[in-house]
Design a protein around this ligand. Structure first.
Ligand code: SF4
Length: 227
């Protein structure tokens, strides 16, 4: 099935239901209460390979100690490692954070760049993190595609990536981008990121509680098979 083989009306409806659900149910995390690109970049780097709950425990304290690229670039790696020790992979993460901070100081005068190309040029920054910074800090209309969002859209729209690592499939990025409602990418992305682990679970999704059930191929099939 073509990835774009859904009417615009269905996609608009899907996005608006997701956003409405997010208004009531989206989680509150400290990195969602800021538009500081440095704070958002740090959060996204921390969120790789660990849980939001783990990051929540260290994020605020980390920013108090290293509030900007300058302070982070001057910090000893062992001090950075100490602050993030509970996240796991702390040595690799600490070296990465230190390296990024140094690049921000030498190439960007201590600021996080606000264009995608420069962000992608930073060490350890891929399309997801670059889009997250631009969308959350600068309100740009960009999609966020990870295993969670892919699970929801794959089930709802019966789409499959042909790639083993579906997160790297440009078709998936294009399709999720086609769902973004004008000027509401931030709300949509955040709500979709929360809907997956709350309702669209890998096993036994809670379809009967889901706001997009009526638009979801998988959900409709699973509810029909129960009746
Ligand atoms: S209806 Fe079920 S399968 Fe579809 S998005 Fe919602 S929870 Fe996931």
């Amino acid at each position: 099935m073509s990835l774009m083989n859904r009417s615009r009306r269905v996609r608009i409806n899907f996005a608006s239901r997701v956003i409405k659900w997010g208004r009531q149910s989206a989680k509150r995390y400290p990195w969602r209460n800021t538009s500081d690109p440095y704070a958002i970049l740090i959060a996204e780097l921390m969120l790789r390979k660990t849980t939001r709950r783990q990051v929540e425990k260290v994020f605020v304290k980390f920013l108090r100690r290293f509030p900007d690229p300058c302070s982070l670039s001057r910090a000893r790696v062992r001090d950075i490692r100490y602050e993030i020790r509970s996240l796991g992979l702390e040595s690799v993460r600490a070296r990465g954070l230190s390296k990024i901070a140094k690049v921000l100081m030498t190439k960007y005068e201590g600021r996080v760049p606000d264009d995608r190309e420069s962000l992608l040029d930073l060490p350890h920054v891929g399309p997801y993190i670059a889009n997250a910074v631009l969308c959350m800090a600068h309100d740009q209309q960009l999609p966020l595609v990870d295993t969670n969002t892919i699970r929801v859209v794959s089930r709802a729209f019966s789409i499959q990536s042909e790639r083993k690592r579906d997160r790297t499939d440009p078709k998936m990025w294009t399709f999720v981008a086609s769902l973004l409602p004008p000027r509401k990418a931030r709300q949509f992305n955040l709500a979709l990121l929360d809907l997956a682990p709350s309702l669209c679970l890998p096993n036994n999704p809670k379809c009967t509680e889901c706001p997009v059930l009526g638009l979801c191929d998988y959900g409709r099939r699973s509810v029909q098979s129960m009746s």
